[in-house]
Design a protein around this ligand. Structure first.
Ligand SMILES: NC(=O)c1ccc[n+]([C@@H]2O[C@H](COP(=O)([O-])OP(=O)(O)OC[C@H]3O[C@@H](n4cnc5c(N)ncnc54)[C@H](O)[C@@H]3O)[C@@H](O)[C@H]2O)c1
Length: 318
C-alpha cells in the first residue's frame, strides 16, 4: 500500500510496483497529488485507489487491511508551506503519520517504510551528513519529519512494528509538480526556462544540494521492502546520490539540457534574490550505510537524472 500514491514520489512507486507484478493499493486525498499521475493505472486489475485522508484513522485502517508492506509517502511537503501553516503541516505529517503507524500495527504489516527527510539534519554543519549526527530542526516541516522518526522507533520498541525511514534528499524527476507557490526548485526552474523567463535564485547561487533522481529513490524503497537483514531494519537511511551541485551549476545543467530542444534557452539570464528563511547552505549525504546494509547502488548521477527529467518535462508539458 502506497500512501500519497497520487503524488510525485508515490505515483512513481505505484507504477514501478505494478510493472513488477505486485498488487498495489493507493491511499490519497488529492490535496497535492493529481489524477493525471495515476490515471493510466486505473484499468490495471492489480491497482486499487482509495480516496481517503490519513488524518482519518478509519481511512488508514481500511487501506491497510490485508496489506504486507506500507510505503508511507503522504505528507505536506515544503518548508515555506509549514512556516505559513504549521498547524496543518503538523496535522498531516504528525497526526496522520501516527494514524498510519497504528493502522500498520493493527494490520500486522511486515514492514512500514516511510518518507523521512534530509531536513532532519537541521543546523548541523557536518558534511557529508551521516545518519547518526543531526542538528536542531530549522522549520516546522523539519520538526514533523523528525517526530516521524521518533514515533517509528517507539512503534518498533513498543509493538515490534518493523520500520525503515528513508531520509530523502531533494528528489526530482518525472511527474514532479511544476505548479504553485510550493513547487520544488527543479520543476520551477524548468518551467521558467521553457517559457524563456529568468529563474530566480535565492542567494548567490553557491548553496548546494544532493539532488537525487527518482529512480534512485525507487531503488531504495524496493531494497527497504526486500531486506531480510535484521540489522538493516528499524533505522533510517540517507536516500541520496552522494554528490552535491550548487544552484548555479544546477541552472546551467538545466539550460544545457533544455537548449537541445530549444536553442534560445541557452541565452536566458539568471536573476538573484535574497536567501530564504530555513534554508541551510549545503547538503550532501554520506550514502555508505545504505550501500552496506541495503546494497544500494544508485544508477543515476545528477546529470543523467536531469537529462531524463528535462526530456520528460519537454515531452509532457511543453
Ligand atoms: N520531493 C522531495 O524532494 C522530498 C524530500 C524529502 C522528503 N520528501 C517526502 O516524500 C514524501 C512524498 O513527497 P512528494 O515530493 O512526492 O510530494 P507530493 O506532494 O507530490 O506527494 C504527497 C502526496 O500525499 C498526498 N497527501 C497529502 N496529505 C494527505 C492526507 N492528509 N491524506 C492522504 N493523502 C495525502 C497528496 O495528495 C500527494 O499525492 C513526503 O512525505 C515528503 O515529505 C520529499
Amino acid at each position: 500500500m502506497v500512501t500519497g500514491g497520487a503524488g510525485f514520489i508515490g505515483s512513481n512507486l505505484c507504477e514501478h510496483l505494478l510493472e513488477h507484478d505486485n498488487k498495489v493499493i493507493c491511499l490519497d486525498n488529492f490535496s497535492t497529488g493529481r489524477t493525471q499521475n495515476i490515471q493510466h493505472l486505473f484499468g490495471n486489475p492489480n491497482f486499487k485507489l482509495i480516496v481517503g485522508d490519513i488524518r482519518n484513522l478509519a481511512d488508514c485502517h481500511k487501506a491497510a487491511a490485508g496489506v504486507d508492506y506500507i510505503l508511507h509517502e503522504a505528507a505536506l511537503g515544503s518548508v515555506p508551506r509549514s512556516i505559513n501553516d504549521p498547524i496543518m503541516s503538523n496535522d498531516v505529517n504528525v497526526s496522520g503519520f501516527l494514524n498510519m503507524l497504528v493502522a500498520a500495527r493493527d494490520a500486522k504489516v511486515k514492514k512500514f517504510v516511510y518518507a523521512a527527510s534530509s531536513s532532519t539534519y537541521g543546523d548541523s554543519e557536518t558534511l557529508p551528513k551521516e545518519e547518526e549526527t543531526i542538528g536542531r530542526p530549522l522549520s516546522p516541516y523539519a520538526v514533523t519529519k523528525y517526530i516521524n522518526e521518533l514515533y517509528a522507533d517507539i512503534f518498533y520498541r513498543t509493538y515490534g512494528l518493523n520500520t525503515i525511514g528513508l531520509r530523502y534528499f531533494n528528489v526530482f524527476g518525472r511527474k514532479q509538480d511544476t505548479n504553485g507557490a510550493y513547487a520544488a526548485v527543479i520543476p520551477k526552474f524548468v518551467m521558467k526556462l521553457m517559457q524563456h523567463e529568468s529563474p530566480l535564485i535565492n542567494g548567490d547561487g553557491s548553496y548546494s544540494r544532493d539532488f537525487t533522481y527518482i529512480d534512485n529513490v525507487i531503488q531504495m524503497n524496493v531494497l527497504a521492502i526486500l531486506t531480510e537483514n535484521p540489522e538493516a531494519v528499524n533505522t533510517v537511511y540517507n536516500t541520496a546520490c552522494g554528490d552535491r551541485t550548487t544552484l548555479k551549476e544546477l541552472v546551467n545543467y538545466l539550460k544545457f539540457f533544455l537548449s537541445k530542444y530549444d536553442s534560445k534557452i541557452a541565452n536566458v539570464q539568471l536573476v538573484y534574490g535574497p536567501n530564504r528563511i530555513g534554508d541551510i547552505p549545503h547538503s550532501l549525504a554520506n550514502i555508505d550505510k545504505a550501500k552496506l546494509l541495503l546494497g544500494y547502488d544508485p544508477q543515476f548521477s545528477v546529470q543523467q537524472g536531469l537529462s531524463e527529467a528535462v526530456k520528460w518535462y519537454w515531452e509532457n508539458l511543453k
